[in-house]
Write a protein that binds this ligand. Sequence first.
Ligand code: THU
Length: 133
Amino acid sequence: MSALEELFAAASAARARAHAPYSRFQVGAAIRCDDGLVHAGCNVENASYPEGWCAETTALGRMISEGGSRTIIEVLVMADGERLCTPCGGCRQRLSEFASPDTQVHIAGHEGLRKSFTLGELLPASFEFGDGS
Ligand code: THU
């Protein structure tokens, strides 16, 4: 299995466990860190709609809490529908905390890979905290 196939399989398995009864839009995300570990997650919606969160955020929480490297080298987001399921603005910023502008963000559907971006393409001029020194 290639590295990308492994990410796809992890995102696909997580997506199948999505809790998305309101939008009925199931999303899976998988993150690979530079130690080779893969962390996956799904979206988790709530009856009070704004309280739900995205698949990417679940995967990030798992990455942090499970231990290991926190340096992301690639991400794969998987959802169906005609449009590319690119990460929302908040998730782009959350990913950027642990990634770099050249980190690959792959967008897939059930049929496979649809398009790849760099995080820098998705989030140019990202916010960074501090005075730059
Ligand atoms: N969603 C994600 O999980 N990831 C994305 O990249 C875009 C949107 C979720 C949030 C919500 O549960 C559903 O998709 C519809 O917006």
